[in-house]
Ligand binder design. Sequence first.
Ligand code: S6P
Ligand code: ZN
Length: 190
Amino acid sequence: MVDSPFTFTLSMSEIIPSRVDNHIERRLSDLQGQFNDQAAFDKMLSTEDQLLYEVYEVKRPEIEGEMLLGVSIVHPGKVGNEFFMTKGHFHSVLETSEIYYCIRGEGYMVMETPEGETSVALLTPGKILYVPPRWAHRSVCTSRLEDLVTFFIYPANAGHDYGTIEQIGFRKLVVDGVNGPEIIDNPRYK
Ligand code: S6P
Ligand code: ZN
């Protein structure tokens, strides 16, 4: 079967795309064990299970040859001195890449390979980031008031390996330092 081409719009002022097949919401409790300051995490969670980020997906068959695309929105905030972030993942098919286009806000993409290389890319509106195959990736919002909004596209057969990051964490963290956002070594990296 041959599919018909389709268009949709992503207004710079609205940020929610005109076509959405799936809306994911991830809350504080979904990131249990991922933030450095567990006491701050527990305290926050006892008050409210805050919404940290959302993903608006355009669904396609998850097979080789197709692409998945959508918008990721990380809200501003911190757990202790660590900025709100996504869970982060490797792709299950490790040899698959991803492209991000930053639409709004400011933040970082924290990345690393299984071999231990690390890279942290600044995201500002208009910036395009190419995440090559093998690099785990996590978005971090460092804007104080604004969301970090990115458009993403990646091979539909990539899949997500969340387990590795849940167990070992990322090697680098983004924290709020005396002079603003700082990239530091993760003291709890396993
Ligand atoms: C999927 C792509 C994004 C993330 C989204 C949320 O490969 O990288 O759509 O899913 O930014 O992050 P996470 O780590 O919770 O999937
Ligand atoms: Zn990904």
